[in-house]
Design a protein around this ligand. Structure first.
Ligand SMILES: [Zn+2]
Length: 132
């Protein structure tokens, strides 16, 4: 399917934010590892990533093959506080504030990555959190 130019342009903006992963898109789900989750759709994920710029500063461990990662909850709240307003930011702040492990688990819904290259011990923690 050929993308209209405006969508192609937005994808390339997202690609910059994601540091060299220009083909990726799709929704993101933020989990606290227990009961709560905040799911962003494609558009919300794009605008969220454009807004925060780069999650690396708040990333504890990340899959090299997709956008799935563990975020430091306190640092995520600081990042959201400092970023321009986003419609879902208050929900993410609430999730991060109440995260029992002080970690927030980000699931890349737009990827069919099997996380094989995520060799860091963080992967086990992430996999446990997202499967529970
Ligand atoms: Zn992955």
């Amino acid at each position: 399917m050929v993308q209209p130019p405006i969508l192609a342009a937005r994808s390339s903006v997202t690609g910059v934010a994601l540091q060299g992963e220009p083909q990726q898109g799709g929704g993101l789900i933020f989990l606290d590892g227990e009961l709560s989750e905040v799911a962003l759709d494609d558009d919300e994920s794009s605008s969220f990533l454009a807004m925060v710029g780069n999650l690396d500063a708040v990333t504890v461990s990340a899959c090299p093959g997709c956008r799935s990662r563990i975020l430091a909850a306190v640092a995520l709240v600081d990042l959201l506080d400092a970023a321009p307003p986003h419609p879902r930011a208050s929900e993410l702040v609430e999730l991060a504030d109440e995260a029992p492990t002080l970690h927030v688990y980000l699931v890349d819904e737009g990827s069919d990555c099997n996380h094989e290259a995520w060799l860091d011990p963080g992967y086990d923690e992430w996999a446990d959190a997202v499967e529970s």
